[in-house]
Design a protein around this ligand. Structure first.
Ligand code: KMH
Ligand code: ZN
Length: 283
């Protein structure tokens, strides 16, 4: 007798990362920075095929923020207006301190990002020392928040193994990773690197991949051909094609959804993604 296939098998989770902490609103007017813009983007992206939203928020001046009141309002507003899995960033901006990044979980999201190591980040450094990773992971388990392990480099995969060995499986019981590829300072965004990273992942884990900037399309094609899921959005690229700015997050999701359809792994619906990722229904 064969085991039941996991929920959503044969389909593709499309995560949208609509805002990030780096792109400037003044240079990219389509970037959603207010709560209203974020909710509209979430709705449009869900209609286009997204099932998870990776959220960074901004303040009134469109600067990156980890303000707890805003984070709580954001979680609530996205839950009221969409059925997307709400994954808050605990990475924030490179300038955010560890205490504020841990406090993100006080806003009780469905899920959170959890980066498994420090990485050069252009001219900056995105700091994730082991004690912080361990504390954030322990907190995610205590608060029943499902982590998505962000892996910018192969060393981060080794740290993920160490984390699981020392602290056991995440809340929800399922290990889901995101390979963040093409950051200047992290692993390259190409098929050979993706295959090597996937081979190193813990047995039984699932993964999506994100290509930054010009790595966007190669990583989408490599991920689909290797059986992975996708993350797209203006956090990761502000160009749709050479010389053509992104008009909206939804168009990046539409393109990813169309390619997933061609690969005969159509977009997973949000309710399926909840079951697949082990996220409870907070609605
Ligand atoms: N903004 C980057 C420094 C995450 O969201 O967890 C970190 C980042 C990763 O975007
Ligand atoms: Zn992020």
């Amino acid at each position: 007798m064969t085991a039941n296939p996991p929920a959503g098998a044969g389909t593709t989770i499309i995560t949208v990362a609509p805002t990030g902490a780096e792109a400037e609103k003044a240079r990219h007017p389509a970037l959603p920075v207010t709560l209203e813009e974020l909710v509209t983007a979430g709705r449009d992206c869900e209609a286009a095929g997204a099932s998870v939203i990776h959220v960074h928020i901004r303040d009134d001046e469109a600067r990156p923020s980890l303000d707890l009141v805003r984070l709580k309002d954001t979680v609530q507003a996205l839950r009221e207006s969409t059925t997307l899995v709400v994954q808050l960033s605990t990475g924030g901006a490179v300038t955010d301190d560890y205490a504020d990044r841990l406090a993100v979980l006080d806003s009780a999201p469905d899920a959170c990002s959890l980066t498994c190591g420090t990485v050069n980040f252009g001219d900056e450094v995105f700091m994730n020392p082991w004690p912080f990773i361990r504390e954030l992971y322990a907190l995610s388990k205590e608060r029943h928040v499902v982590p998505e392990f962000e892996l910018f480099d192969l060393g981060h995969v080794a740290t993920l193994h160490r984390l699981l060995d020392e602290l056991g499986p995440p809340h929800g019981g399922h290990v889901h990773c995101d390979l963040v590829m093409g950051v200047p300072g992290g692993m390259r965004g190409d098929a050979a690197t993706l295959v090597r990273a996937v081979e190193a992942l813990p047995a039984g884990s699932t993964w999506s991949a994100t290509g930054i900037g010009r790595a966007t399309l190669p990583v989408i094609f490599a991920a689909l051909s290797a059986g992975g899921h996708l993350r797209v959005g203006m956090e990761d690229t502000t160009s749709y094609a050479r010389g053509r700015p992104v008009a909206s997050n939804a168009e990046l999701v539409q393109r990813a959804a169309a390619l997933a359809e061609v690969a005969q792994r159509p977009p997973m619906r949000p309710y399926q993604a909840r079951a697949f990722l082990g996220v409870g229904n907070h609605r």
